[in-house]
Design a protein around this ligand. Structure first.
Ligand code: COA
Length: 167
């Protein structure tokens, strides 16, 4: 991915040296469960995730300029239905950085630079009003509700609101 810059952040490809930083973020279930994945239980688990992020090349690491730490990530993943012009958006941030406007700042720049894409899709986990607020603020429209979703991390079936941003 092309490296992007915002006032507080550098958005760039993942690197092997990001392992310790990303482990702090992805070992926290409050970060991973709403994203639909289990927390990393060990640094070795996390290395597998990081190896994948480096390989797929469609995920940004979010680096905070202030201390050069990686504090989260944004994925523009391939559309599961095969639309080459659509991306599935996923995003997460280490908990100590929540509610400082960081993800909004990062997403505005990532979306503005998603030049090859005409649609960005995002399903939010059950009861994630904060994420729905961010998506709505960025101009996403809720177009559907996916019924009876149960991912590996979920205890119960639930419905997921589905949002689209047309670029
Ligand atoms: C979702 C997440 C990335 C947000 O990051 P963040 O940097 O804290 O987000 P921001 O500070 O940019 O924006 C938060 C917005 O939500 C609002 N908000 C906070 N809590 C809220 C709530 N319970 N209900 C509704 N809105 C809420 C804030 O007021 C802010 O909006 P504003 O800028 O209009 O005031 C972060 O909380 C996270 O990693 N959560 C776990 C993973 C996740 O849910 N990922 C999304 C699934 S794809």
């Amino acid at each position: 991915m092309r490296t992007l810059e915002t006032e507080r952040l550098i958005l760039r490809d993942w690197k092997e040296t990001d392992l310790n930083d990303i482990f702090i973020c992805l070992s926290n279930p409050r970060v991973t469960i709403p994203e639909g994945s289990s927390p990393c239980e060990s640094i070795e688990d996390c290395k597998c995730v990081l190896d994948y992020l480096i390989l797929v090349k469609n995920n940004y690491a979010i680096e905070l300029k202030e201390n050069a730490s990686v504090i989260g990530g944004i994925g523009l993943n391939e559309d599961t239905k095969g639309n080459p012009n659509a991306r599935n958006l996923g995003f997460y941030l280490a908990e100590e950085y929540w509610n400082k406007g960081i993800m909004t700042e990062a997403l505005i720049t990532v979306i503005a630079n998603a030049k090859e894409v005409t649609e960005v899709l995002s399903a939010t986990h059950n009861n994630n009003p904060k994420t729905e607020h961010i998506l709505t603020k960025l101009g996403f429209k809720q177009v559907d509700v996916i019924k009876n979703v149960k991912r590996k991390v979920d205890v119960e079936y639930h419905d997921e609101p589905y949002y689209i941003l047309e670029l």
